[in-house]
Design a protein around this ligand. Structure first.
Ligand SMILES: [Zn+2]
Length: 461
C-alpha cells in the first residue's frame, strides 16, 4: 500500500518513495542520558515505533533499518555530574539502561542500531575537518564553528528568516564567532571535563554534529526518513542538514522529515513546580505501559497532545475490554491472516493516522463480542491480534493482563485462585451463602468474577 507522510521540509503531504525499497532507512534523535525520560520524551519513541512497525509490514522485516542514537556527551550530563558527585560514566550508563527499560515497557521495539556519541568521536573529527577544508567551518580560540552564511539553504526546514533564527536559537554572542548565527561543532574542554584530542586541541563535540555523523555511519550520506519532536526542527535539525549537506558536497541529506507535536500534561506545560512533570519511570508505578502507549497513540502524532492521568486510566479500561473480548473468545484458536486488516494499514499509511487505526480495532472488538460462528470468531480474533501488533498493542496474554500482572499490594494471584476454588466448591454444594460471601469479599478488593460454563475467570479492576 502506498504510504503518505506530511514532510516538514515541503510543508505538505507527500507520497513516500524510498531510495531503496530493500533497505528503507530511518533515523530518530535519541535521548541525552542524564535523567529519567519524561512522557514528552516518550512520545516520539512510541510514534516512530509505530512507523517502524508499519515500514516493516510494508517493505518486509529485513528491509528496514532504524537508528536511534544515545547522546552520552553533553553539557547537561557534565552539569549533572558536578551537582550530584556521581561520575559521568555512572550517570550515562544508569540512565541509558533506565531509558531502554522504560521504552521497552511502553512496547517500543529496540531500533536496529543505537549508536552512542562517545563511540563516534573520530568520525566527528573527520567530518569537522571536511567542513573546515570546504570553507563551511572555521577554528577560533579552540572552538570550531559552522559558517552559516556559507550554506545558502540554511533555514529551509524551519522556514525561518535569519533574524528569527538568531532569536529562536537564543544564540550566544561570543567574541570568537564571526557571526552570531554560527553554531558550535567542537569546543574546548577543561581538564576536569570529558575531552578528546583533536587538531583543534582537547575538546568535545557539539550536539548537532553527533547526529550528522551517527546517521552517516549507519545509513549513509542520504537516507529516507528523519524523525523527532517538533522542538528539534530548529536549531537541531536545521543544523544537521547544514553540516551533512556541506560535508557531502551538496548531496541531499534526508528526503522526508517527520515531526511529532508538542505534549502538555494536565492542560499545562510540564514543569516540576506544577507537579505535572511525569517521568515514564514514575507513571509505570501507577499504570501498565501498554495503557500509557494507547493514551499516547489516541492523538494523531502531529497534533499537540494534552496528556492526562485520567486519559491513561481510560486507556487502561479500554484495554481491559479488548483483553476481555480476547479471553472470552478463548475457546477458539485465532485464525491469523498473513497481513493486518487493510483498513488499519490504510489508516497508518495515511500519515500515520493512529486514531483511525485504533477506531478500527474497536470495531473488530465489537464484532468479536457478538460473533457466534466459530470460524468467524477465529478470523476476527486473528485480525484483532494482528491489527494490535502493528500498533504495538494487545500482545500480552489476556489472562495475564486481566489478572493485573505486576500489581502491587492486595491479594496475591494464589490467594484469589484459592478463594475462587472454595467458591466453586460451595456452589457445587449449593451453599450459595458462602459462594456469595466470597464473591462480595473479592469484589471489595477490586476482583471481578466471571462465571462461565463450569469455570470461573477473574480479573482485577
Ligand atoms: Zn539529532
Amino acid at each position: 500500500m502506498t504510504i503518505h507522510f506530511y514532510n516538514t521540509l515541503k510543508r505538505t503531504k507527500e507520497t513516500f518513495k524510498p531510495i531503496d525499497a530493500t533497505r528503507v532507512r530511518m533515523y530518530v534523535c535519541g535521548p541525552t542520558v542524564y535523567d529519567y525520560a519524561h512522557i514528552g520524551n516518550a512520545r516520539p519513541v512510541v510514534v516512530f515505533d509505530v512507523l517502524y512497525r508499519l515500514l516493516r509490514e510494508t517493505y518486509g522485516e529485513d528491509h528496514v533499518v532504524y537508528v536511534r542514537n544515545i547522546t552520552d556527551v553533553d553539557d547537561k550530563i557534565i552539569n549533572r555530574a558536578a551537582e550530584s558527585g556521581e561520575t559521568i560514566g555512572a550517570i550515562t550508563q544508569r540512565t541509558e539502561q533506565a531509558f531502554l527499560a522504560d521504552m521497552g515497557a511502553l512496547g517500543a521495539m529496540p531500533p536496529d542500531h543505537q549508536p552512542r556519541a562517545t563511540e563516534h568521536i573520530p568520525g566527528m573529527i573527520t567530518m569537522i575537518g571536511k567542513l573546515i577544508a570546504a570553507g563551511h567551518a572555521y577554528e577560533a580560540e579552540g572552538h570550531v564553528l559552522f559558517n552559516v552564511a556559507s550554506y545558502r539553504a540554511y533555514g529551509e526546514l524551519s522556514g525561518r528568516n535569519r533574524d528569527e533564527m538568531i532569536a529562536g536559537a537564543r544564540v550566544e554572542v561570543a567574541p570568537y564567532k564571526n557571526d552570531p548565527a554560527d553554531f558550535v561543532l567542537w569546543k574546548p574542554s577543561t581538564p576536569d571535563q570529558p575531552g578528546w584530542e583533536s587538531p583543534w586541541g582537547r575538546g568535545r563535540p557539539g550536539w548537532h554534529i553527533e547526529c550528522s555523523v551517527m546517521s552517516e555511519k549507519h545509513l549513509g550520506p542520504t537516507f529516507d526518513i528523519h524523525g523527532g519532536g517538533q522542538d528539534l526542527i530548529f536549531p537541531h535539525h536545521e543544523n544537521e542538514i547544514a553540516q551533512s549537506t556541506c560535508a557531502h558536497g551538496g548531496a541531499k541529506f534526508v528526503n522526508y522529515w517527520l515531526h511529532n507535536g508538542y505534549l502538555m500534561a494536565e492542560g499545562e506545560k510540564m514543569s516540576k513546580s506544577l507537579g505535572n512533570f511525569y517521568t515514564v519511570h514514575d507513571l509505570l508505578k501507577e499504570f501498565p505501559g501498554e495503557a500509557i502507549r494507547l493514551a499516547l497513540l489516541k492523538t494523531h502524532y502531529r497534533q499537540p497532545l494534552d496528556f492526562r492521568k485520567v486519559g491513561i486510566a481510560d486507556a487502561k479500561k479500554e484495554l481491559d475490554e479488548f483483553y476481555l473480548a480476547l479471553r472470552n473468545a478463548g475457546d477458539v484458536k485465532a485464525d491469523v491472516p498473513d497481513h493486518p486488516p487493510v483498513a488499519v494499514i490504510a489508516a497508518l499509511s495515511d500519515d500515520l493516522n493512529t486514531p483511525k487505526a485504533i477506531a478500527h480495532l474497536f470495531e473488530l472488538k465489537t464484532r468479536l463480542n457478538v460473533a457466534r460462528d466459530a470460524g468467524e470468531k477465529a478470523l476476527l480474533k486473528g485480525e484483532l491480534l494482528l491489527a494490535g501488533d502493528v500498533l504495538g498493542l494487545l500482545g500480552q496474554s489476556p489472562d495475564v493482563w486481566l489478572r493485573g500482572a505486576g500489581h502491587v499490594g492486595g491479594l496475591s494471584d494464589a490467594d484469589i485462585d484459592a478463594l475462587v476454588g472454595q467458591r466453586i466448591q460451595a456452589r457445587a454444594a449449593k451453599d450459595f451463602a458462602t459462594s456469595d460471601r466470597i464473591r462480595d469479599e473479592l469484589a471489595a478488593q477490586g476482583i471481578i468474577l466471571e462465571d462461565g460454563a463450569g469455570t470461573t475467570a477473574w480479573r482485577r479492576q
